[in-house]
Design a protein. Structure first.
Length: 560
């Protein structure tokens, strides 16, 4: 029997996922019935392979079976169980395994807690991960190693906690574990993503002084940060520095530069970089071509973008869904929706699947050119066969319905979503309230606005501004002022847009003295007149120049 399970276990290790799940479970049951029992190493290997097949819950179930049968366990098996919980995004259950270590006299090690920390970060529970790390250090439960520091620092940096990542580096430098190039790369990358290039370059120099040599990842992070800030001379300096160190840029380095140039509209320069790549034996990939295609689309040169797309295919490089989405968006921005739809159909023909971004882009494009009927059909197709609509989908459809006066259909969709409690974010309500106001349905807009506190949704500055504008356009200035006061009482302070909306209301109703009083009242709050307000004011002054005398602030500015 030992030969049978031994052979099967080797087969699983060799073939991985190709050995099916049922065979793995059968093997486990053969192993637990074998006398004498197989070694714990064999059980560990089996669990490891089941995790690679993503059967996490089965690992937990089989472990419980081992406990019931009284089969001995070790730290490797327990770590597999903790890892399974973490991969199921139930890191808190992983903690329930820790007492089993103590009960069986198995010492904790860094692998145990590294697994837990990785799982907690995967659930975005940054505070819990930091607390666990502090507890491990404070109570000397285990000495953090390079991997533990890397997990915590990577978890912090990926969630924007750059200063905490840097502080942890300094703490590490004071302890027994010396930071390596991987640790420094995490911090440098975090600083670069924060736009703090001076600190990143200082850290690079600090590394060099300690005899830690930067690698390709270090330079890629720095070049990416410099490209985003448009510091091309410094990019050239770093590029030359890499070459002088016999560290030739890889495809990622070139992609970073290509993308940076395209984002700045320097697509011709980006194409030169791609040509230089080929000359140096570095083959462009889908990411390279996507950057160039996007660069041309951003400049409105969608035909040129399509040629690059076709060149990519001719060279045997398969476009991914991002490639299609970029080009579809480019067509839609140029109002070439038929070309976008044709490309949409090609996706499935090429064996790929459109995603939510693809559908949202097409929907937006159809509404933009006024093809409301086609947009409705496309939305219906999405509901029946496409990806589940997200917040942006519903926003696009609601905005489209309101834009073309399909108020009843918009309200029907709104009602369905509200009943399901889907997309009940304040942004969603802003779309509906604004759409009703634009379509002269002020009563319905007011009813939804007044109901917001009752359903636990807090209006924001945009919500208040939309309602104030709706009331002003209908000439209800007193009611608009009531909402303005209510807004301030609720701790939601008006912005420049809000104030302009009120001033426009007074100008449209020709209530100049009231407008002057209002402007004096808000003096010092940074009001600057926008284009619409200025145009209305100029029209009023043309008809009645004495208005300038009523508003002394404007009169003084005019004299200057």
């Amino acid at each position: 029997m030992r030969k049978i399970y031994g052979s099967a276990n080797k087969s699983i290790c060799k073939h991985g996922v190709s050995i099916n799940f049922d065979n793995a479970v059968t093997l486990f049951h053969q192993m637990v019935r074998t006398k004498p029992l197989p070694s714990l190493v064999d059980f560990s290997k089996l669990f490891k392979n089941m995790i690679s097949m993503k059967h996490y819950s089965t690992v937990v179930s089989l472990f419980r079976e081992m406990q019931i049968l009284g089969i001995p366990i070790d730290g490797f098996i327990l770590t597999s169980v903790i890892n399974s919980y973490c991969l199921m995004h139930h890191a808190h259950f992983g903690f329930s395994v820790l007492p089993i270590y103590l009960k069986n006299g198995i010492p904790f090690n860094t692998v145990t807690f590294n697994t837990l920390l990785r799982g907690i970060f995967a659930e975005n529970k940054v505070k819990d991960a930091v607390e666990l790390f502090k507890k491990l250090v404070r109570n000397k439960i285990c000495e953090p190693n390079e991997i533990m520091y890397a997990i915590v620092m990577n978890g912090l940096s990926k969630r924007g906690h750059t200063q905490k990542t840097l502080s942890l580096l300094r703490l590490m430098e004071q302890g027994n574990t010396e930071p390596n190039i991987y640790i420094y790369n995490i911090v440098i990358d975090s600083l670069c993503k924060d736009g703090n290039l001076d600190a990143a370059i200082d850290l690079l120099n600090e590394m060099k002084q300690k005899g830690i040599h930067p690698d390709i990842l270090t330079y890629n992070s720095l070049i990416d940060g410099l490209c985003k800030l448009g510091l091309w001379e410094k990019v050239k300096t770093l590029f030359s520095e890499m070459v002088n160190l016999n560290m030739y840029p890889d495809v990622q380095t070139f992609n970073i530069i290509t993308d940076g140039l395209c984002k700045e509209g320097k697509v011709k320069d980006a194409e030169k970089v791609m040509k230089h790549m080929v000359e140096k034996g570095v083959e462009p990939n889908t990411i390279t071509y996507n950057a160039i295609i996007d660069g041309y689309c951003l400049r409105g040169k969608v035909d040129r973008a399509r040629r690059i797309f076709d060149i990519m295919i001719d060279k045997g490089i398969e476009p991914n869904i991002t490639s299609y989405n970029i080009l579809i968006n480019g067509y839609c921005k140029k109002k070439k929706v038929d070309e976008a739809m044709q490309l949409f159909c090609e996706i499935s023909e090429k064996g790929s699947e459109p995603n939510i971004v693809t559908y949202n882009t097409i929907l937006q494009g159809l509404f933009e050119v006024g093809r409301v009927g086609d947009a409705k059909k496309f939305f219906a197709e999405m509901l029946s066969a496409g990806p589940i609509p997200d917040f942006y989908t519903h926003g696009i459809v609601l905005n489209g319905y309101f834009k073309y006066g399909l108020v009843e259909e918009a309200l029907l969709l709104f009602s369905k979503l509200e009943r399901k409690r889907e997309n009940t974010d304040i942004i969603f309500y802003n779309i509906v309230i604004g759409g009703l106001c634009k379509n002269g349905k002020l009563d319905k807009a007011c009813a939804i606005f007044e109901n917001l506190p009752l359903i636990g949704v807090l209006p924001d500055v945009r919500t208040f501004t939309i309602m104030i504008k709706g009331l002003c356009l209908e000439g209800f200035l007193d009611e608009a002022n009531d909402i303005l006061r209510n807004m301030e009482d609720n701790g939601c302070f008006p912005n420049n847009v809000t104030y302009n909306v009120v001033v426009q209301g007074y100008l449209r109703c020709n209530k100049i003295s009231e407008m002057a009083t209002f402007m004096k009242k808000i003096a010092g709050r940074g009001l600057s007149l926008d284009a619409t307000t200025t145009e209305l004011l100029i029209n009023v002054i043309r008809e009645n120049p004495s208005v300038l005398d009523i508003i002394p602030e404007l009169h003084l500015r005019n004299k200057k």
